[in-house]
Design a binder for this molecule. Structure first.
Ligand SMILES: C[S@@+](CC[C@H](N)C(=O)[O-])C[C@H]1O[C@@H](n2cnc3c(N)ncnc32)[C@H](O)[C@@H]1O
Length: 317
């Protein structure tokens, strides 16, 4: 799973303004520095930079999270800090039977960009209810089945982030999905949200397989994150003066539900190493982080382990 093909097709039609490479560089620098309390995007050129260089990656991260969602009860989605609608592109790619989409975003011009992209698509993306608003003091909103915040809460203070989590939980009929950049700071923010949601009685559907203290929260070498491979289009490559046809997007996330969902015993939290005699796995479970070695001589177990990827669930037999 990666960037939804329909989104890639629409993005490929977008004109590339002069100066985009500089705009991408400056936008990336602003995100790296941290933008709590300020606006990262300030001009039409910034918006073009975002949809060219970031939207394919954020949509791919949301799309990757969708594999943890049981969509049987999800018909409506509300997206907080939607930007140009990246998460909604990802979710409507994952599931067809969505009948209601709502996006709330502070930047009216970015909503304009999102509308223009959605108009070139078919189906439900045409009917997004776009709301200009501040997610720190949102207007009255109707409950939705799934509430999403993708690459947004790191733009808020800790207090505002918890307040938003509270609002999201109140509005959710079934689930809340929060995604952040897969940096130490992003993972830390997700860890704080995890504690808060647990205090509300939420169930964690993914990535955690338990509700014990996160064994990575105090770890100095690792933090909880995953990766998705994103194909770089011609425009994307040009905007970054890059030659490689892909990039790996690191992301941290949590998916919480109102009712418990079946979870695997463990989660693979690093890329498995397959070598001649064995597969080495790093797995997170209720007792902490565990290094596992599955020797080749255990044929069936080895085959299962060799097919695992970073982020997969695992139940050792
Ligand atoms: C990094 S972008 C993410 C956009 C989109 N969710 C995605 O995944 O690509 C963060 C978005 O959150 C919006 N945002 C940040 N703070 C906000 C606030 N207080 N109220 C509404 N929107 C906000 C920004 O305007 C921006 O569009």
């Amino acid at each position: 799973v990666s960037t939804p093909p329909a989104l890639l097709a629409v993005l490929a039609e977008q004109p590339i303004p002069t100066g985009i490479a500089d705009a991408v560089e400056q936008l990336t620098a602003r995100y790296k520095k941290g933008i709590s309390g300020t606006r990262a995007m300030r001009s039409a050129l910034d918006h073009a930079a975002y949809i060219t260089a970031r939207m394919p990656a954020t949509a791919a991260a949301v799309r990757a999270c969708c594999k943890h969602i049981d969509f049987t009860t999800i018909n409506s989605v509300l997206d907080f800090g939607s930007g140009p609608g990246s998460a909604l592109w990802a979710i409507t790619d994952a599931i067809e039977n969505i009948t209601k989409l709502t996006a709330i975003e502070q930047d009216a011009e970015l909503i304009g960009v999102g509308k223009q992209l959605a108009h070139s698509s078919t189906g439900i993306m045409h009917n997004i209810n776009w709301i200009i608003g501040d997610i720190r003091q949102p207007p009255t909103l109707e409950p939705h089945d799934l509430i999403v915040a993708s690459y947004v809460t790191n733009e808020l203070s800790e207090r505002e982030r918890i307040q938003l989590a509270h609002t999201m939980w109140q509005l959710a009929r079934h689930g809340v999905l929060i995604i952040e950049p897969g940096t130490r700071a992003g993972s830390h923010a997700i860890g704080q949200l995890r504690q808060y949601f647990l205090s509300l009685g939420a169930f964690i559907a993914a990535p955690c397989t338990h509700t014990q203290t996160c064994p990575l929260s105090e770890n100095t070498e690792r933090w909880c994150h995953f990766r998705v491979r994103v194909a770089r289009s011609k425009q994307h490559r040009a905007s970054k003066s890059a030659t490689l046809g892909f990039e790996d997007e690191p992301y941290s996330f949590i998916y919480l539900t109102k009712k418990p969902q079946p979870t695997p015993a463990m989660r693979i939290v690093s890329q498995p190493r397959v070598h001649k005699g064995a597969v080495d796995l790093l797995a997170c479970h209720a007792d902490g982080i565990q290094q596992l070695t599955v020797p080749r001589k255990n044929k069936a177990a080895y085959r299962t382990a060799a097919a695992l990827n970073w982020g997969d669930g695992y139940s050792a037999s």
